[in-house]
Design a protein around this ligand. Structure first.
Ligand SMILES: [Zn+2]
Length: 71
């Protein structure tokens, strides 16, 4: 099973987590805010190109997703 550290708070998150690779929707929103402001630097252990692609997909699909209203 794959796991990554939450880019926001560094908690270890399993791939099966609802908000993977984030530990929670809150951390996802915080991270998206960093991307939007251009201040984000990849310093975590995300070295797998596949993982980066799925991450990008997930973020692009997140537009208009009702789950973004969940706290
Ligand atoms: Zn987190």
């Amino acid at each position: 099973m794959r796991a990554l550290r939450c880019p926001t708070c560094r908690v270890l998150v399993l791939q099966t987590a609802e908000d993977f690779p984030f530990c929670s929707n809150r951390c996802r929103v915080i991270d998206l805010g960093k991307w939007a402001s251009g201040g984000y630097v990849i310093s975590t252990k995300i070295n797998d190109p596949e993982m980066l692609e799925s991450l990008a997909d997930e973020q692009s699909q997140d537009d208009g997703d009702s789950s973004s209203h969940k706290q």
